[in-house]
Design a protein around this ligand. Structure first.
Ligand code: UD1
Length: 420
């Protein structure tokens, strides 16, 4: 049973070698949703093998879209039979990002019925910005029996100002705008590399989007989108996690097939902490050559420090003697890993959206439980540095977003295995 699976990490090994980074989960999910908009088939490359990707493929299947995983890791998608417009509760509940099909469905089929995502482990995550934005296109939106029901006679381009640069809302609205009539401007848009990747994919299908990567995205609606072949960007969060694995084990690891500029907020902080970072064109080498120092971190929308790296960075600060403060501004309740780190001997106090970390010389292995995706990576990193054995349960979260993590870590010298 998947629920009984645990990861056993025996700490104390210095990691050394090279790790290849997979395609970005957070680029793959919206790009898969965007295939709804196409008239012909699409081939996607560098799609990571992850549970969240499988969930999105199931959502596409329920809409009538044919999906085929090729042997070389590519995914072939044929949306010509798209006819259903409902993303059911079973799927949305297991992955909130299922709501990313809403904008595309509304644009293509003029109708969408998507289950309301509930709360999740990292706190309440409203979707008001998605819905308010879709209303600006003239869509009629109702909430019925736990479902969002959206309808339109044809979306009309509009001006949208996002009060907060929500990644998902920017993506949903960008997809809605591609087939809308006339011009749409999204002001206050998110600037994440995954937004840029989605826009590049849509443009390759024939969309007319400009300004992606800035806070003002302009979309000129087109009549239809055509098939294409597209390779998605590397996963910057996976890359950052392995860079921290090098730092936390005082090792020497080259993280390759990634984009170093996407990770600058993280590598800047690691340099401040004393980690030796060398950047190549598509790789980062991380080494520890001196005693590390505590540094403060505040999570922010891109290009700020990513909330998806907060838990992993906290694991590193937990074993860096001295006081550091981590401020979480994106998801205010994203501190579930704190109590688990403390069970391993860390000294961390939560105070609202601050975590005060008094770094210790070493952690000790323990039985801990991961409650979300990045928390699971954080606990594995802590286990790599701890004395003795750490058993991490809640591994289903890890498999949502890290491709073969224990295999990749074992390749660079970690003692780690999956056990019943
Ligand atoms: C995406 C990422 C997730 C990452 C997050 C922030 C995917 C699949 N997931 O999630 O890994 O942690 O960006 O970088 O790409 N908010 C509202 N109203 C809304 C939408 C969001 O208040 O309508 C709030 C959220 O509650 C949260 C903040 O805005 O506090 C950021 O959320 P958002 O940027 O939308 O994150 P996601 O797209 O859900």
């Amino acid at each position: 049973m998947e629920g009984n699976l645990r990861i056993l990490v025996t700490g104390g090994r210095r990691l050394e070698g090279q790790v290849k980074i997979s395609g970005a989960k957070n680029a793959a999910l919206p790009i898969l949703a965007a295939t709804i908009l196409s008239n012909d088939s699409i081939t996607l490359r560098n799609i990571p093998v992850l549970r969240d990707v499988d969930t999105m493929l199931s959502v596409l299947n329920t809409l009538g879209i044919k999906v085929k995983k090729e042997r070389n890791g590519e995914i072939y998608i044929d949306p010509s039979n798209l006819k259903y417009f409902e993303a059911p509760y079973e799927l949305v509940k297991s992955m909130r990002a299922s709501i990313l099909v809403m904008g595309a469905l509304l644009s293509k089929l003029k109708k969408a019925r998507v289950a309301l995502p509930g709360g999740c482990a990292i706190g309440p995550r409203p979707i008001d910005l998605h819905l308010e934005g879709l209303k600006r296109f003239g869509a009629k939106i109702d909430l019925e029996k736990g479902y969002i029901e959206a309808e339109t006679h044809g979306l009309k381009g509009c001006y949208i100002h996002l009060e907060y640069p929500s990644v998902g809302a920017t993506e949903n609205l960008m997809m809605a705008a591609t087939l809308a009539e006339g011009e749409t401007i999204i002001d206050g848009a998110a600037k994440e590399p995954e937004i840029v990747d989605l826009a590049c994919f849509l443009n390759k299908m024939g969309a007319r989007i400009s300004g992606h990567g800035t806070d003002r995205i302009r979309i000129e609606g087109v009549k239809e989108l055509r098939g294409t072949i597209y390779k998605i960007i590397p996963d910057r969060i996976e890359a950052g996690t392995y860079v921290i694995a090098a730092a936390i084990t005082k090792g020497d690891v080259t993280v390759s097939e990634m984009n170093p500029s996407h990770l600058w907020a993280v590598t800047t902080k690691l340099r401040e902490a004393g980690v030796w970072i060398e950047e190549g064109e598509s790789e980062v080498r991380a080494r520890v050559l001196e005693k590390l120092r505590p540094v403060d971190v505040k999570t922010l929308p891109y290009p700020g420090f990513p909330t998806d790296m907060q838990a992993q960075f906290m694991a590193l600060m937990a074993i860096t003697p001295g006081r550091s403060i981590i401020t979480e501004t994106v998801f205010k309740n994203r501190f579930m890993h704190v109590d688990e780190l403390n069970r391993m001997g860390a000294v961390i106090k939560k105070d609202g959206n601050f975590a005060l970390i008094d770094g210790v010389e070493s952690l000790s292995g323990a039985e801990v439980c991961a409650t979300d995706l990045r928390a699971s990576a954080c606990l594995i990193l802590a286990g790599l540095a701890a004395k003795g054995d750490t058993f991490v349960s809640g591994i289903c979260h890890l498999d949502r977003g890290y491709e073969r993590m224990e295999k990749k870590l074992a390749q660079i010298g970690a003692k780690i295995e999956r056990i019943e």
